[in-house]
Design a protein around this ligand. Structure first.
Ligand SMILES: *[C@@H]1O[C@H](CO)[C@@H](O)[C@H](O)[C@H]1NC(C)=O
Ligand SMILES: *[C@@H]1O[C@H](CO)[C@@H](O)[C@H](O)[C@H]1NC(C)=O
Length: 907
């Protein structure tokens, strides 16, 4: 995998991106990073998928994934499942997107959340998993997200908004089936089809030998979808150069959740039956269906049972204390599930046939049928699809759980500017037709205004039948004046459009046409009486890989017509004149003459003339003068401005004000979570402290020093203080982190009284011993220097005398204190501490350094007798050589300093 992904720049080491497979039930995460390629992320429990579930405790703590699922069994109404299904939904069923108030979920005492909020929370969770997986403080900034192919533009935009709210840059959304197809290509599963013996008959379709057709089939939690993809192999036929999605089809009735509901109903019925005639039922006559907590637990059991029934034919379901301390014991079987679910399962095939039909192929053309998504494991679903396609088996060639997220991370890397990926073109079907209306130009001549028709000119920009994304389309027409363009999301003719009506997407004003006319419209070279030319306008629309539409550039061009004359042979056919088209051009490249082409033509003519000269006589009778009109094209970029017209949405994304307020909502929740984390840490530290100290105090008979320095009363009092603190930790007062911190320092202070005594008692003898040794060494060292001062008559004798006094005083101080300390009981606080001893030594050291710095008169010049290497302290003393003396003295002082250091460290 690392082979297909390298960095363009070594410097951008922070460029890490993740992809999210955003399912209704589960979230999967993958990352792309330098050197390692594409990797699937495992969560804290080392699992490859995390339930897409958020829960909120009454105290505002958020729970994610499995913790939230477990919490749902207790508080089902404080947990949000299936957040993806909330995305882009309207609060009211009467309204339709994009002009509606978004649907929300309210959690008591916490807040009201839209799908964007909840998906943003899930993305934040996934980001934490990814960052923990990568380690080293690596930060994820970019994300690509899968969406089901039936998601409409508003839902796609909302998914990207959720990424922005989570503080991520949205690199794009990709259809989950397309992502799976990409993974199929990356894994080298798309092989060139075997050579058909009848190939000669089909020689026209030479390309077919290089293409592989596969159907991707996904049964997810909330829907079934099928997509046909064509893989174009490169000339070596070894690897895929292009993935082209030919069709998408989906059905929202069949999915894991709908199947679970069938089992949930079975389990609820079984429990009701079990309770019949019991005293418990008299006490609480509600059916299991009316007990949310029971239903929440049954849902969890149903999901597990359904998964197991894909491999086994039976499953015993046992749920302890489901309600009123009654257990549920019942059996579910595959056969029964298949029977009850038959009407639902009949829908398994519909998207498959629809995708094949939309792709314009037959089932026999498919080289592979590739299942992915958890629920495709259900044997009945597989057999139904295989029967419909008349195939013996499915091609289980990609990992059904991970294919989409792995394809999506490649898609993300391809969208990102910091990764260089394998050259693989990814083209997808975009979701809805887009058209434009362009205001007509009353003053302009020609086709457009010739009629009395003043209604806007309608142009199809992206037709759902033919358009692949990414794409670019240029529309050109003639205009004399500035004009307005309205871009519409049209209704999908298939009737599956989620929008109830044609929707105005953007209202634009294009200005600058008059300027072009002023500048180039004089047409000086043209023949007299020629009509004033009409500028042509070209508008470019872009459709990016995620299906976002953008108006790129607007350009105006005007033709200057020049008349040229030339000799032409009479027989020569008349050349066609280029006529400016008034209709919208399908192709992005305009098939019109450019100035460059113009020049080429002229030079051709001069060559022709030179050739003609040779046979001038001969040709004269056969040629005539032809007048020719030629165009020079002048181009000018026009200004495109968005009009804030009523009903125009311009962008499907949330406004920046809305994004900011959503970010604030998330930040506040996160602050509460973080505060909780900090409190938990402080709480744990305090708890640990209490445990350790109490255990030390209670086991004092194993600790001689502790036993020596403390009385039993003291120890008992401390243990009691610790016990009280432990009880206090679970009171309301302790809910504040600061209160916990204060309690910790209060306890520490109390415990330290004895701790300090232990420390002093253990360290003091060593400190006293070192101090006494230091006195001796200091005196020795100073004697060496003093001798020189005497020899050279420096007059500093008093200073040396004073220093000896200092030492004597310090020794007396030490003796006195040691005596007093020894007279004291070890169970009272010491009067002589290691710290005091170290300080005293520091005072002596200051004096000693002063002596070493005293000026020494120069020595009488004496030839050195020994080399430096041989010099030892005793020799130096006798040699009387100045430099050596200082070295020796210095080394003595260092020794003193060395003595001092450990004494301090030991404190
Ligand atoms: C897919 O499976 C069919 C059998 O159902 C097999 O004939 C075909 O070769 C497989 N295709 C690929 C690409 O492996
Ligand atoms: C000095 O050291 C050298 C070798 O390091 C040795 O040969 C010599 O005898 C020494 N001289 C004295 C005076 O010790």
């Amino acid at each position: 995998m690392a082979l297909i992904l390298t960095f363009t720049l070594a410097a951008v080491a922070s460029a890490n991106l993740m992809a999210i497979d955003l399912g209704t039930a589960y979230i999967k995460t993958a990352v792309a990073r330098s050197g390692k390629g594409l990797e699937l992320v495992t969560n804290e429990q080392a699992k490859r998928k995390t339930p897409a579930v958020v829960g909120f405790t009454e105290d505002g703590e958020r729970l994610f994934g499995d913790a939230a699922v477990a919490f749902a069994a207790k508080k089902p109404n404080r947990v949000i499942f299936h957040a993806r299904n909330l995305i882009g939904r309207c609060a009211s069923a009467e309204e339709s997107p994009p002009h509606c108030k978004p649907a929300t979920v309210t959690i008591d005492g916490i807040g009201e959340f839209t799908g964007v909020h909840v998906v943003a929370m899930l993305l934040t969770m996934a980001r934490k998993h990814a960052e923990a997986f990568l380690g080293n403080g690596i930060i994820i900034k970019d994300v690509a997200i899968t969406v089901p192919s039936h998601f409409h533009s508003v839902q796609r935009a909302a998914v990207c908004d959720a990424a922005v709210v989570a503080g991520l840059k949205c690199l794009g959304v990709v259809n989950a089936n397309t992502a799976a197809a990409v993974k199929y290509a990356l894994d080298g599963k798309a092989k060139a089809p075997p050579v058909d013996p009848d190939a000669k008959k089909k020689k026209k379709k030479g390309k077919e030998a290089n293409s592989h057709l596969a159907l991707f089939y996904d049964v997810g939690a909330s829907g079934t979808s099928a997509s046909v993809a064509r893989f174009i192999l490169d000339s070596s036929k070894k690897s895929v150069s292009k993935v082209e999605v030919l069709s998408h089809a989906s059905d929202s009735s069949l999915g894991g959740l709908a199947l679970d509901e069938i089992l949930v109903a079975q389990l609820a019925d079984a429990f009701d039956k079990q309770r019949q005639g019991t005293a418990e039922l008299k006490e609480d006559p509600r059916s299991a269906r009316d007990l949310p907590r029971v239903m929440s637990r049954l849902r969890k059991e149903a999901q597990r049972a359904r998964e197991i029934l894909s491999a086994n034919t039976e499953r015993m379901v046992s749920v302890g204390s489901l309600h009123q301390d009654m257990d549920l014991h019942t059996k579910v079987s595959r056969a029964e599930l298949e029977k009850t679910a038959a009407p639902l399962l009949a829908n398994a095939v519909r998207p498959v046939l629809s995708a094949i039909q939309k792709a314009g192929i037959t089932a026999g053309d498919l080289h592979a049928v590739v299942p992915f998504g958890g629920t495709t494991r259900m044997p009945k679903i597989q057999s139904l699809v295989l029967d419909a396609l008349k195939r013996p088996s499915m091609n289980k060639s990609i990992n059904s759980d991970e294919a989409a997220v792995m394809g999506a991370v490649f898609f993300g890397a391809a969208q990102s500017s910091t990764f260089r990926v394998r050259n693989l073109g990814i083209y997808d079907r975009f979701v809805r037709p887009i058209s434009a209306e362009i205001t007509r130009d009353p003053a302009s001549g020609g086709l457009l205004s010739s009629g009395k028709n003043r209604s806007p000119q309608k142009v199809v920009i992206f037709d759902i039948k033919s358009a692949l994304m990414p794409a670019k389309k240029t529309v050109s027409f003639s205009r004399n004046k500035d004009f307005e363009v309205k871009v519409f999301f049209d209704l999908d003719k298939s009737g599956s459009s989620p929008f109830s009506q044609r929707t105005l997407y953007a209202h634009l004003k294009v200005t600058g046409v008059a300027k072009v006319l002023d500048r180039f419209g004089k047409n000086p070279g043209s023949k007299k009486g020629a009509a004033k030319p009409t500028p042509r306008v070209a508008l470019t629309f872009h459709l990016d890989a995620s299906g976002n539409v953008r108006v790129g550039t607007a350009e105006s061009s005007i033709d200057e017509v020049i008349i040229t004359e030339r000799e032409v042979p009479i027989k020569e056919k008349k050349e066609k004149k280029a006529t400016p088209s008034a209709e919208a051009k399908e192709s992005p490249a305009e098939a019109k003459e450019s100035p460059a082409e113009e020049k080429d033509e002229k030079s051709d003519k001069t060559e022709e003339k030179t050739d003609d000269k040779k046979e001038e006589e001969k040709k004269k009778k056969k040629t005539r003068i032809e007048k020719r009109e030629q165009s020079i094209v002048h181009r000018q970029t026009l200004t495109v401005k968005f009009l804030e017209a009523e009903g125009s949405i311009r962008s499907l994304s949330m406004s920046s004000a809305d994004l900011d307020s959503a970010k604030k909502v998330l930040k506040e929740l996160e602050a509460v979570d973080n505060e909780r984390l900090v409190r938990a840490e402080v709480f744990n530290t305090l708890e640990g402290f209490i445990l350790t100290e109490r255990s030390k105090l209670s086991n004092s008979d194993e600790d001689a020093a502790l036993l020596e320095v403390s009385t039993e009363e003291e120890r008992n009092a401390l243990v009691e203080q610790l016990n009280n603190a432990e009880d206090w930790m679970f009171t309301d007062e302790a809910s504040k982190t600061e209160a916990l911190r204060e309690k910790h320092s209060e306890l520490k202070k109390a415990v330290d009284v004895i701790g300090l005594r232990v420390l002093e008692r253990t360290e003091r003898p060593q400190a006293i011993k070192l101090m006494r040794e230091n006195f001796g060494q200091a005196l020795d060292s100073i004697a060496v220097i003093e001798k020189l001062h005497i020899e050279r008559k420096s007059g500093n004798e008093k200073a040396f005398h004073d220093f000896r006094q200092t030492i004597t005083a310090a020794e007396a101080w030490l003796d006195e204190n040691v005596r007093s300390q020894d007279a004291l009981s070890p169970t009272v606080d010491p009067i002589l501490t290691v710290d005091m001893i170290a300080k005293k030594w520091d005072e002596v050291l200051v004096e000693m350094k002063k002596l070493q710095k005293l000026e020494l008169p120069p020595a009488p010049s004496v030839e050195p007798k020994a080399s430096a290497e041989n010099a030892t302290e005793s020799e130096v003393e006798s040699s009387g050589e100045e430099a050596k003396v200082e070295d020796a003295g210095g080394s003595k002082v260092d020794m003193g300093a060395n003595v001092e250091a450990p004494a301090k460290e030991e404190l």
